[in-house]
Structures are given as structure tokens and as C-alpha cells.
Write a protein that binds this ligand. Structure first.
Ligand SMILES: [Mg+2]
Length: 401
């Protein structure tokens, strides 16, 4: 199980996604994925990570993780380096599972549960205009999700009232989701208008669906406290990243000064960042993004750390199909998995164009009917696409380009 070749692949059509394929001498191919500024991650993989992995054993995942991390964390626990480590780590787990003939969850802890509830993050997609829905017809949106069996939805009804970047300044790389600066004042009218979404959902379906509030770190602590207090009567399941998750002490004020549970955060990388949050009692739910925070190896540790504080984890996916499958393996195996995020329009849309199987979803729950490894791979035709950019590093330089 020696690593002989590492290939990265990105598509013009999906300018934020990057996949990595790790090939072994015995002909296996493992798949990993990450998201955001893929050219930077591609450079990290080939210029930094590949020389440390080529010729090495797939089995030694922990040593590879530590070697890559200890070399990369000179620059902190974030950035393209962590995304590269995350993608590579997932590919190594995929290879290990294929070698063992077992789904990854069986290599983590076996199957702890039969399925996991899903929640829908309400972005607009070609099939479902869910963001328009929560801004304009929240009742219809809630009824639609309840009818599909979803037990939770996630909306961001106050983002639009935070300072916005004028469209002229949005001109950046295609697909880049620019955020405006942090808001320091929220008018009573805007506070009420955001609350209207929650009231309409409750009016339409009562408590048949849980409501999570996303904040995209658009507010200062004072506004966040104001939003949280306004939400208290509606019993929302969590508020997420209403402020930047960079200060455990400030997050603890949200925990202590309001009754709304706090979910923190896909923006934290490695167990060291979660340690601060958990030790200081600054969150109720650990949101983990497998393709950002350090892959499957690190996500297991973060979830287990949360478990020692009697807290659940809830994986994040608003990005790509391999991320979703990797996270579902964690949900299958780890005892403190709470709920899994999906975007229904992605699962029923472009994910199907990219990978060779859908996630099995019935009545708003995902099932773990996975073959060996991740149990999913990119469709072979993806590599042959005209808009594919492929870069290769190999033990035998004659097959590198
Ligand atoms: Mg989020």
C-alpha cells in the first residue's frame, strides 16, 4: 500500500471545489475533497505535501497527518495547508477502507446507528429556491421540508441587514461568496423583520421542524445578544456563528446571557481550536467540517473531545459530495453525532453530476449503505471534461506533469 501518485482535479464549472486522488502501487485510488481557493490547495498538495507522502505507506495516516501538520502549522491552524491535509487524509481513509473491503465507518468504530436525521440549509439552487423561500414565503418552505421528512432547517434572516458589499466590489473569482463587514447596529424594524421568518415557520408547521439560525459571523456581540434575546420565545435549536468564533470568552457571553444554544463552528480548525471553546463552556454543539478542519483523522478527535464534555457534533456540508459522504461515515460510527447538514438542491442536483451514487435519503434521514472506503467516487467522465485542470505528482517523475 505505497503511495505512488497524487493527482488533483478541479473544474471551471465549480470554481471552489478541489479533489485529490491518491494512487497506490497496487492500483487502488482514494478520493479526497476540499473547498475554497483550490489553486492554492493544489499548490500545497503538490509542492509541499506530495514529497512527504510519495513512496510512503497508506496505513500510516496518523504519522502523515502529524508530519504535514507540524510542518504547516508554522502559519497557524488554518488556510490552504489545512484544507490540503483534510483532503489528503480523506483519500487515505478511502484507500484503507478499500484495502480492508470495509466502509470507513467500520474502521472507526463500526455502525453505531442505522441512520442520521438531516437538516436542510436553505440556499437557492436550480431545483429549490429555499433562500427566497425563507425571505418571502417561510410557511411554504417549512411545509415543503416537513413533507419531505426533514426535521430541521437552517436560515439566516438577519444577514441582509448587516453591512453589505456593493455589487461593484464583489467582482472577484467566480463562485466566491464575499461577506460584508461586521454589523454594529440592528434597527428594531430589521430585528422584527428577521423574526418574521421564524414566526411564519412556526405558524405554518408549529414544532414539526426545528429551526437553526445561521449568522455567517456578520454581527458584533451586542447585536448578536439582541438577536438571541429576540429568538428566546421561539425555542430555536441553535444559533451558529452569529459572531466570529475567534473568542471563547465572547461566545461564552452568548451562552451565559441568553437561552439560545450556540453551535460553533465550521470555521474552527483542528482539535486545538475546539479545545478552547469546549474548555471555556462557549458552545453547546460542535460543528465540524471534515474537509476544512483536518479530515477524518482530526474530526474523530474533535467529536470525541466534544463527547467528553457531554456535547454533540453536527457535521457541516454546503460544499461538495465527498465531504458529505466522509461526514456520514463519522455520523454512522461516532456516538455523539446529532444531525447532518445537507442542501437538498445539491443532493438532488450537481452532486449527482459529479459522483457515481446519490446519498440514500428517506424521510429526511440518511442511510449508511456504503461499499468499501468512502463508498463513492467521482464519475470517471469528470476527469475527461474539457474544463478539468489536472496536476500530478508521482514517485516516477516521468508520469508527473
Ligand atoms: Mg455555518
Amino acid at each position: 500500500m505505497k503511495i505512488v501518485r497524487i493527482e488533483t482535479l478541479r473544474l471551471t464549472e465549480h470554481p471552489n471545489l478541489l479533489w485529490v486522488h491518491v494512487f497506490t502501487a497496487d492500483g487502488l485510488k482514494g478520493t479526497g475533497e476540499t473547498f475554497y481557493i483550490p489553486a492554492a490547495v493544489e499548490a500545497v498538495i503538490h509542492d509541499f505535501a506530495a514529497p512527504m507522502l510519495l513512496g510512503k505507506s497508506v496505513f500510516d495516516r496518523e504519522r502523515h497527518w502529524q508530519n504535514l501538520f507540524s510542518s504547516a502549522n508554522f502559519f497557524g491552524y488554518a488556510g490552504a495547508e489545512m484544507r490540503a491535509i483534510s483532503a489528503l487524509d480523506i483519500a487515505l481513509w478511502d484507500l484503507l477502507g478499500q484495502y480492508a473491503g470495509q466502509p470507513i465507518f467500520n474502521l472507526i468504530g463500526g455502525q453505531f446507528r442505522e441512520n442520521i436525521p438531516l437538516y436542510n440549509t436553505c440556499v437557492n439552487t436550480p431545483k429549490y429556491l429555499d433562500q427566497d423561500g425563507f425571505l418571502n414565503q417561510p410557511g411554504d418552505l417549512a411545509r415543503s421540508l416537513v413533507s419531505q421528512g426533514y426535521s430541521q432547517l437552517k436560515v439566516w434572516p438577519w444577514d441582509r441587514f448587516a453591512p453589505q458589499i456593493e455589487s461593484a466590489r464583489l467582482a472577484g473569482p467566480a463562485g466566491w461568496s464575499a461577506m460584508g463587514p461586521v454589523g454594529h447596529y440592528l434597527s428594531p424594524q430589521d430585528l422584527r423583520q428577521g423574526l418574521w421568518t421564524i414566526q411564519e415557520i412556526r405558524k405554518a408547521v408549529g414544532d414539526k421542524i426545528e429551526i437553526a439560525i445561521e449568522g455567517h459571523s456578520r454581527w458584533d456581540l451586542n447585536c448578536a445578544l439582541r438577536i438571541a434575546r429576540a429568538l428566546e420565545p421561539y425555542d430555536v435549536i441553535w444559533m451558529e456563528d452569529i459572531i466570529q468564533p475567534d473568542s471563547p470568552a465572547d461566545l461564552r457571553r452568548l451562552v451565559q446571557e441568553t437561552r439560545v444554544p450556540q453551535c460553533v463552528s465550521e470555521r474552527l480548525f483542528t482539535k486545538f481550536a475546539y479545545r478552547q471553546i469546549l474548555e471555556q463552556q462557549s458552545a453547546h454543539i460542535a460543528m465540524i467540517d471534515v474537509i476544512w478542519t483536518g479530515g477524518i483523522t482530526e474530526s474523530i478527535k474533535i467529536a470525541t473531545l466534544a463527547d467528553t464534555y457531554h456535547l454533540p457534533f453536527a457535521p457541516h456540508d454546503c460544499t461538495g459530495p465527498i465531504n458529505l459522504f466522509a461526514a456520514l461515515h463519522l455520523c454512522a460510527a461516532l456516538p455523539n453525532a446529532m444531525i447532518m447538514e445537507v442542501v437538498r438542491g445539491f443532493c438532488e442536483g450537481y452532486y449527482l453530476d459529479l459522483v457515481d451514487r446519490p446519498v440514500t435519503i428517506r424521510e429526511g434521514r440518511a442511510y449508511f449503505d456504503f461499499g468499501p472506503g468512502l463508498g463513492v467516487r467521482l464519475r470517471p467522465e469528470v476527469s475527461a471534461r474539457k474544463d478539468a485542470q489536472i496536476r500530478t505528482s508521482a514517485v516516477d517523475p516521468s508520469i508527473s506533469k
